[in-house]
Design a protein around this ligand. Structure first.
Ligand code: NCD
Length: 321
């Protein structure tokens, strides 16, 4: 079954959250609106709501992660769930246990939700296909394929600063080829009706079919930044490169690094985003990453409310209040 169909129940509600592709605008807006209702929970003296009380969430991370894993953990705890963190890279699969065996064992511990990060595209889909009927799967990043909660926290951050998507020009800059974040962002931006989505990158860092995703391609950074409201910088994913795609980090920064001078090409009120971890001096100048137009740390904070929203919608829950 396709990931698109697998993730929805018959009544159209979310069962799993595997990919943004194929979801409709109303559902994405529901996630954003629900997240809005959770923002205030962080400011309460007791930072908890009981929506997932009695439920168990397992973070199954087959790849390292800091931001994503910790914000998923905080989100689940703020919803009053019990949380287990399993770092599989150092655990059963290295002892030769198969992925399905690992799953069956964790299921036998009566868990309700798996948050999965894996280096292979399609891993979360595979797991969702095999779990027991009462278990939901959230994709926390699979290979180069998708990272739907990251895209939604980015949409949430954009909406908070800029309002309506249909007037916005958004540019995604850098290593699009290896980026599951970019793919999910492009789908989300288009579904939400963004006026124009641009990608700015050298040919070697773009997937062959990128235009079919509904973007305008630029190879020149300064040209691509003209009139832009939102700039999303991406990390150069050196660990996924087989060599030869860029001449050197220094040269990449010369051509595609976001400096304060280049930022002036965009609209004066443009915001600068980065999913993290950022390579300072490779794709972004520290003066921009730490500057007044940067919302990079807000993205991290917003990750908690957005992940709370997705988990509570999956569990059939609603808003905070
Ligand atoms: C991203 C990821 O892991 O896909 N980071 C994240 O989730 N915050 C992007 C990256 O690793 O560059």
């Amino acid at each position: 079954m396709s990931a698109v169909r697998l993730q929805l129940r018959e009544d159209g509600s979310l069962r799993h959250f595997l990919t943004i592709e194929g979801l409709d605008r109303a559902l994405l807006e529901r996630i954003l609106d629900t997240a809005e209702s959770f923002v205030s929970v962080h400011a309460q003296a007791v930072k908890k709501v009981p929506l997932l009380r009695g439920k168990t969430v397992v973070n199954l991370f087959f790849e390292p992660s800091t931001r994503t894993r910790t914000t998923f953990e905080l989100a689940a705890k703020r919803l009053s769930a019990d949380v287990l963190n399993l770092n599989i890279a150092q655990s059963a699969t290295t002892k030769g246990e198969s992925l399905l065996d690992t799953l069956r064992n964790i299921e036998a511990m009566f868990c309700d939700m798996f948050v999965v990060r894996h280096a292979d595209s399609g891993a979360a889909h595979f797991i969702a296909h095999h779990v027991a009927p009462h278990v939901s799967v959230l994709n926390a990043g699979d290979g180069r394929h998708a990272h739907p909660t990251q895209a939604m926290l980015d949409m949430f951050t954009i909406r908070r600063h800029k309002g309506d998507f249909n007037r916005l020009r958004v540019a995604i800059v850098g290593d699009i080829l290896h980026s599951r974040v970019a793919r999910s962002q492009i789908h989300a931006l288009n579904i939400l009706g963004t006026h124009e989505v641009r990608v700015i990158a050298p040919k070697t860092l773009l997937p062959a079919d990128v235009e079919q995703l509904g973007v305008h391609v630029f190879h020149d950074l300064e040209q691509g930044l003209e009139e832009v409201d939102v700039i999303i910088m991406l990390r150069l994913q050196k660990e996924r490169m087989q060599g030869g795609l860029i001449p050197s980090e220094h040269e990449f920064f010369q051509l595609y690094g976001l400096t304060p001078e280049r930022l002036r090409r965009a609209r004066p009120d443009a915001i600068v985003m980065h999913p993290g971890p950022a390579n300072r001096g490779v794709e972004i100048d520290s003066r921009v990453a730490d500057g007044p137009q940067s919302v990079i740390l807000e993205q991290v904070s917003n990750g908690i409310a957005v992940r709370m929203a997705v988990m509570s919608l999956i569990m059939g829950g609603g808003e905070a209040a």
